[in-house]
Design a protein around this ligand. Structure first.
Ligand code: NAD
Length: 355
């Protein structure tokens, strides 16, 4: 076995169905008496359920801030901070996907307030010390334990309303975290176990959700897989796939989860010659003889878009993205040379099968 370093992030995770019932206990355990509930405008109904539950347990919230939006823009964070200060808030409760969780992290970064997170997608931000923020159109990412939530409550009930399309793409976004963890430079055997199990759980449950979005067992398995994959993202470094999605999303304003979904098989195919052990692990988790084929088959079962051209990337963006991909060098199992990465991007743009 290769030598390795394993460092875990502190985490308190409560998992199950109906686990929101544990929220008042967790609020009291953290000593909060003036929490603020965060959500997107679309999920204000979920935020109201949280507020009502706390009220019935004798905890009065300062209220709700329902302005969370994609990419954690600085002006939204400023508005939320004004509510935090005016209400003398002593903790935030984020209910939603990566966008709402990002806002909670942005508040924690500036105030050190504790966060309780109820994730409702599979993107995995709740398990990471990573925060991406946007100011003047520029997205910057930093890694700091200050943004790690104090408590994560996974309640399957809140994922039942996640639309099928977003279930599929945010599930593949989660799988991408595990895939890159399997070949991470700072990977280790514990991460490999979590990553393979996360892929297996999502790859078996997502097709079931696509055919019946109300299947509680499939929803539960998917959320369990999302937790494992999110943990992997929080513990080891990511490579070409994540960097490329960051470049593509930022440069062409593409939707986050769909971009990950389209790029993933192509990034794995590009790295394939240099990651034999990771490919074997991934193939096994996907129950296929070949990892890239396993991803192609999974995506075809999920009825997701296959080409970046379908989600708004212009054809002349292929060269621009290839230039940016080689410009910002970072560790990747296969050296990133322009011709190879351009072909990867071209295939992903056109929606050709990865190979
Ligand atoms: P999202 O949070 O942007 O949610 C998309 C939409 O779906 C929103 O309108 C939301 O309200 C709605 N929604 C979410 N859950 C729902 C549910 N259960 N029922 C009904 N509607 C629901 O989507 P996302 O993919 O979770 O997050 C994407 C963002 O998260 C990106 O900005 C990405 O950069 C970030 N992210 C960050 C990390 C990290 O570690 N920092 C990890 C993954 C993603």
């Amino acid at each position: 076995m290769k030598p390795f370093v394993y460092s875990a992030n502190p985490a308190r995770v409560i998992f199950g169905t109906g686990t929101i019932a544990k929220l008042p206990e967790e609020v009291k355990r953290l000593g909060l008496s003036r929490p603020l509930v965060l959500s997107t405008p679309e999920q204000s109904g979920h935020a109201t359920k949280v507020e009502e539950l706390l009220k019935s347990a004798g905890i009065s919230c300062v209220g709700q801030f329902n302005g969370a939006t994609m990419h954690t823009p600085a002006d939204v964070t400023e508005k939320a901070l004004a509510v935090v200060q005016a209400g003398n808030v002593d903790g935030v409760i984020s209910i939603g996907g990566g966008s709402t969780i990002g806002l909670g992290k942005a508040i924690a970064l500036r105030t050190d307030l504790p966060q309780i997170v109820l994730p409702t997608t599979y993107a995995g931000s709740e398990m990471t010390p990573i925060i991406g923020q946007t100011e003047n159109g520029v997205k910057t990412t930093q890694i700091t334990p200050k943004v790690l939530p104090e408590v994560v409550i996974y309640d399957v009930d809140f994922t039942m309303t996640l639309p099928v399309g977003l279930s599929a793409t945010s599930g593949i976004n989660a799988i991408a975290h595990s895939v890159e963890a399997l070949y991470a430079q700072n990977g280790n055997p514990v991460i490999d176990l979590m990553a393979a199990e996360g892929v297996r759980a999502l790859a078996t449950s997502l097709p079931k959700i696509v055919s019946n979005s109300s299947d509680p067992d499939a929803r539960s398995d998917a959320l369990y897989g999302a937790w494992l994959c999110g943990s992997c993202l929080g513990l080891v470094g990511m490579s070409l796939h994540h960097k490329l999605c960051h470049v593509l999303g930022g440069t062409f304003n593409l939707p986050h989860a769909e971009t990950h979904t389209i790029v993933l098989p192509h990034a794995v195919a590009f790295n394939a010659p240099c990651i034999p052990d990771a490919l074997a692990n991934l193939a096994k988790a996907l129950d296929n003889d070949d990892a890239v084929d396993g991803l192609n088959v999974l995506l075809s079962k999920l009825n997701v878009k296959k080409g970046l051209k379908e989600i708004g990337m212009p054809e002349d963006g292929i060269d621009k993205a290839a230039d940016l991909a080689v410009k910002n060098q970072y560790w990747n199992p296969r050296p990133i040379e322009r011709e190879g990465v351009r072909e990867l991007i071209r295939r992903a743009w056109a929606g050709e099968p990865a190979r």
